[in-house]
Design a protein around this ligand. Sequence first.
Ligand SMILES: *Cc1c(COP(=O)(O)O)cnc(C)c1O
Length: 230
Amino acid sequence: MIRENIEAVKQKMAGACDRSGRKMDEVTLITVSKTKPVEMLKEAYDAGPRDFGENKVQGLLDKIPVLPQDIRWHMIGHLQTNKVKYIVDKVYMIHSVDSLKLAKEISKEAVKKNVTVKILIEVNVAEEETKFGTTTEQVISLTEEIAALPGIQIEGLMTIAPFVEDPEENRVYFCKLKQLSVDIKAKNIDNVHMNVLSMGMTGDYEVAIEEGATYVRVGTGIFGERQYLK
Ligand SMILES: *Cc1c(COP(=O)(O)O)cnc(C)c1O
């Protein structure tokens, strides 16, 4: 079932690439495996994906040691400063950097461990009160401040769009994030690449690809609905 789901997602990704004149190798599928047991991740791994996303530090610490070493682990959830030290040298990328305080902590731990950490700045483009992320007004100044910190490489932007019935409703937000990344790129800030746009989830990844996503984060579409205890 997982293999079939991954194939179906890949086909839809290819369709969205076709419609928007993009190449499939410009877009990477991140398999969002939060709450899922290791056996299911192995099944997904065997079907091809090498990028996995978790939204909790504990999930990463539980899964990284017991799964193949060539997996690129993405931290996609809100990260508390006091937990940065546990994952800074274990993940491929942190998608959820939304404050200078968090970036400073990542920088401090990166320098201590002698690594460079790839990060994305999370932007709350839809301005939802329940979501983390910096604002569209603040993203440029935040990017400039973070770019000056050692041990951090800014690769691009990330957003979590609203939960909607019709994915077309989110097109405007994906378009906005793309425009923001173009604006930031034009500033040629040292130490800032704007090659990554992490946007689109199970409900809206096709629209996100049409608007320029380079990472789509898909959980439910691969593993089925998540079950949370309480
Ligand atoms: C859970 C999660 C996803 C995946 O959501 P689905 O709707 O299950 O595809 C993507 N991004 C983030 C940040 C998440 O927390």
